[in-house]
Design a protein around this ligand. Structure first.
Ligand SMILES: Nc1ncnc2c1ncn2[C@@H]1O[C@H](COP(=O)(O)OP(=O)(O)OP(=O)(O)O)[C@@H](O)[C@H]1O
Ligand SMILES: [Mg+2]
Length: 266
């Protein structure tokens, strides 16, 4: 029942009348490669409620990134529709589309996608450049976003002067700096050691506690269970949709590891 709002008691104990903020209806994606058609998505229905946290799981090649790009408005479906806050994306003008993309949705990519010769601060400022925010305001907001992910003391570092976990946190700060209502994160812990992974997951859970809708792609069941709902995708179709009964707290995990390793980083 992909098109029904989620009802019942929220795992997080929050309100149970959440409205749908993001919806895919009958979404297909077919890539034409010469003579071959690749059916990456074959009719996906998915409703995501405001303020919720959802994990999207599935084997490699099942269509997770394709779906994330389509619901993040970075790509268009071949058929079907995407509806953001009640408005069908295909009916939006280019300006409206750009505004939704620049202000409502933050994207954390599978590879961090940071500009190499550019400081952490300037990387995080970039979406604000596209949004037309003035220079001093940009720097202030980018600094705040980096402080929020614990990198207030790394503003001038280039990506290659940061650890993998720190680079991923810069990528999260970049997704946050426009104050989006939805954050889409594609394998945000895929390239990280476990403690950096806990830190990144703690940030995403913290955002969710503050009301931001989070959609997270992962291969890893223990990462997926940080969300309150897991949607499974296989061969371009949704094949499962379940509620997480015992949601994992990344902050607890991070603190437990820190305690084991004597309070510091291993
Ligand atoms: N630009 C493209 N052109 C042609 N085929 C593509 C393109 N992008 C993706 N595909 C194909 O579509 C299918 C779904 O790809 P997608 O990247 O969505 O998978 P995924 O679930 O994110 O996998 P992974 O877990 O490995 O990241 C794959 O078979 C892939 O080869
Ligand atoms: Mg992918």
């Amino acid at each position: 029942m992909g098109d029904m709002p989620e009802m019942g008691e929220g795992v997080s104990g929050r309100r149970d009348d959440a409205r749908v903020i993001l919806e895919a209806r009958g979404v297909t994606k077919c890539y034409h490669l010469g003579e071959v058609d690749v059916h990456a998505l074959r009719g996906v229905d998915l409703s995501i409620c405001d303020g919720r946290m959802l994990s999207l799981m599935g084997p490699s090649g099942s269509g997770k990134s394709t779906l994330m790009h389509i619901i993040g408005l970075l790509d268009r479906p071949t058929e079907g529709s995407v509806i953001v806050e009640g408005e069908e994306v295909s009916r939006m003008s280019p300006n409206e589309l750009a505004a939704v993309r620049n202000h409502r949705i933050g994207f954390v990519f599978q590879s961090f996608n940071l500009l190499a010769r550019t400081s952490a601060l300037a990387n995080v400022e970039l979406p604000l450049v596209y949004a037309g925010v003035s220079g001093s305001e940009r720097a202030r907001r980018a600094r705040e976003a980096l402080e929020r992910v614990g990198l207030g003391d790394r503003l001038g570092h280039l990506p290659n002067q940061l650890s993998g976990g720190e680079q991923q946190r810069v990528a999260i700060a970049r997704a946050l700096v426009t104050e989006p209502s939805i954050v889409l994160a594609d394998e945000p812990t895929g390239n990280l050691d476990s403690i950096s992974g806990h830190e990144v997951m703690a940030i995403l859970q913290e955002l969710n506690i503050h009301g931001i809708t989070v959609v997270l792609v992962t291969h890893d069941d223990s990462v997926a269970r940080h969300a309150e709902r897991i949607v499974r995708i296989r061969d371009g179709l949704v094949v499962g949709d379940e509620r997480v009964t015992e949601r994992i707290s990344a902050a607890d995990q991070r603190d437990a590891v820190a305690e084991e390793t004597g309070g510091g980083r291993a």
